[in-house]
Design a protein around this ligand. Structure first.
Ligand SMILES: [Zn+2]
Length: 280
């Protein structure tokens, strides 16, 4: 992916800079309290305080790697702003841009507490994407998805949820999910997720036409990333067997199919993942 684009000004950096995690003063305070107790009991509190600081310190190398990711994040968000703005304008609508918050360890969203374990997500209530940059290190190390395009795919997918929010699709689907059984609700969730993958593909098509952002192999990297986060792959990894009714995002094949369809057509009207026979 070519990295020489404009950086979006809609990214909040809520990382703590390696000294206790921004909004997370709790950890540091907790260590101080424990340090005090240790002191009162006659121990050496500096040991507790040092230990408490160790996992939260980042090396200069880690910080530099994160700074690059942050710049890439801002550029991808800017590309999504330009692409969706032009698609909405062409359809006589106005695109309102989402925010994006980069955090480490944990943060508060209008949809509740977010932790690194929750992975990147979009909160429709405050219209913001939340992500911990460590996720991309994990994609590389745990899911073996190297390269820089997976970052673009993940952001474009989350922005896809924002588009669904603006178009009223997510509200319709969430209403339906509340009035249906678990298996039906999961099926509806899969369709919503696959449509977000489709929108990510539509974005890649237009971003490349407008800015020539793609290098050879980028689409393969994105498909790799889509396959790696398929429910079947993730479930097999964690459980060792498959429970299709519990799928909430779609299989690897489905996710690749819809991203590709978006990328090949570039046409948002082709993304009806819900099908004709569904009562949605
Ligand atoms: Zn999603």
């Amino acid at each position: 992916m070519r990295w020489n684009g404009r950086e979006s000004s809609n990214v909040d950096d809520a990382r703590g800079g390696g000294f206790g995690g921004g909004k997370l003063v709790g950890g540091g305070l907790g260590a101080l309290v424990i340090g005090l107790i240790v002191y009162l009991l006659g121990g050496d509190p500096s040991q507790v305080l040092q230990q408490a600081d160790v996992p939260q310190q980042k090396t200069t190398q880690q910080t530099q790697a994160e700074d690059v990711l942050l710049s890439h994040t801002k550029q991808v968000l800017a590309y999504t702003e330009d692409v969706w703005d032009s698609i909405f304008t062409a359809r006589g609508m106005t695109y309102s841009k989402p925010g994006l918050e980069v955090f480490d360890y944990a943060t508060e969203s209008a949809c509740g507490q977010a932790g690194s374990a929750s992975g990147p997500f979009y909160c429709p209530l405050d219209r913001k994407v939340y992500m911990d940059l460590c996720f991309f290190k994990e994609m590389d190390e745990r899911f073996h998805v190297p390269g820089d395009f997976p970052l673009a795919y993940v952001i474009a997918h989350e922005v896809g949820h924002h588009v669904q929010n603006l178009l009223g699709t997510s509200e319709k689907v969430h209403d339906y999910m509340q009035h249906s059984g678990k298996a039906e609700a999961n099926k509806a969730s899969v369709k919503l997720e696959l449509q977000a993958d489709f929108y990510a593909g539509v974005w890649a098509y237009h971003a490349n036409r407008m800015y020539h952002i793609l290098d050879p192999g980028d689409i393969e990297e994105a498909l790799n990333a889509a396959a790696a986060v398929g429910d079947d792959r993730l479930q097999k990894e964690s459980k060792g067997y498959l429970v299709p009714d519990a799928f909430t995002h779609g299989t690897s094949a489905q996710r690749m199919y819809w991203f590709k369809k978006g990328f090949e057509t570039g046409d948002i009207t082709q993304g009806n993942t819900f099908g004709k026979d569904e009562d949605l």
